[in-house]
Design a protein around this ligand. Structure first.
Ligand SMILES: Nc1ncnc2c1ncn2[C@@H]1O[C@H](COP(=O)(O)OP(=O)(O)OP(=O)(O)O)[C@@H](O)[C@H]1O
Ligand SMILES: [Mg+2]
Length: 238
């Protein structure tokens, strides 16, 4: 592929509590990349460093060494304003727990990142958020509060919230982890389709092998090292 990756990690290392007797190196030199429109699953045992990696890629945490490039920009070179703007405009986040705010409606929740970025959404933002909410099947829920929606609906609401600023990268940490397998599959399928439709690069942590198998690529972290699981065609043959 000749195009530039949306996200690239180069020899990332992460040590928690460095220089103390509690120092633990979680990432031992991780390299990875993801391109526009790609849906990538990130798997690995509990404690293997998946959330650590996602937090570093999303500029929520810093590596001990190594580089993260988002859309070609080395994020270590950005000021704190630059980082805030990067997180607001180029990256969307989805977590295991939806973190929707119950004092706001489904539509208002979807637009929170837009409000944070520019004060108030304009009519194009509103139209885009509504279009995405309709796309994920929430057309009848626009004025509902999160507590009035099902777990799957809440998570679809959170996915739209991650997309409403038209990011280039979405980082999702076990977005289906709290859902039953049917809702999890539905939410997963929507995320994968939306990655294709919007051209966003989507990196999703999952413990569900069945979902991971349906991603474009699977990255596995084991003992702090990243390996790429062979493509589905060769997985089928083996
Ligand atoms: N803030 C922290 N301080 C010290 N150690 C930490 C911290 N955060 C995570 N760790 C340790 O780093 C390792 C990786 O944690 P991480 O949360 O990245 O794993 P994970 O792969 O996301 O696990 P899970 O699948 O359970 O969510 C674990 O051993 C964890 O105990
Ligand atoms: Mg985790």
């Amino acid at each position: 592929m000749s195009e530039k990756p949306i996200v690239q990690a180069i020899n990332l290392r992460k040590t928690y509590n460095p220089g103390t007797d509690k120092a633990v190196e979680v990432l031992h030199g991780v390299d990875m990349q993801a391109f526009a429109g790609e849906f990538v699953a990130l798997v690995g045992q509990s404690g293997s460093g998946k959330s650590t990696l996602l937090n570093i890629l999303g500029a929520l945490d810093t590596p001990t060494s190594g580089q993260v490039l988002i859309d070609g920009v080395d994020i270590a070179r950005l000021s704190s304003d630059g980082l805030a703007s990067l997180r607001g405009t180029k990256i969307g986040f989805v977590f295991q727990f939806h973190h929707l705010l119950d004092e706001f409606s489904c539509l208002e929740n979807a637009l929170i990142p837009v409000s944070i970025r520019k004060g108030a959404p304009d009519k194009d933002d509103l139209a885009y958020a509504k279009r995405l909410l309709i796309r994920v099947g929430l057309e009848s829920q626009l004025s509902k509060r999160p507590s009035q929606m099902s777990g799957g609906q809440q998570q679809r609401n959170a996915i739209v919230r991650a997309l409403c600023n038209k990011p280039k990268l979405v980082l999702a940490d076990e977005p289906t982890g709290n859902l039953d397998s049917h809702s999890g599959q539905e939410v997963f399928t929507l995320m994968r389709e939306i990655a294709k439709e919007t051209g966003v690069a989507f990196l999703m942590v999952t413990h569900d092998d069945r979902l991971a198998a349906a991603a474009d690529r699977i990255l596995r972290i084991e003992d702090g090292i990243m390996t790429e699981v062979p493509a589905p065609s060769s997985r089928d043959r083996s």
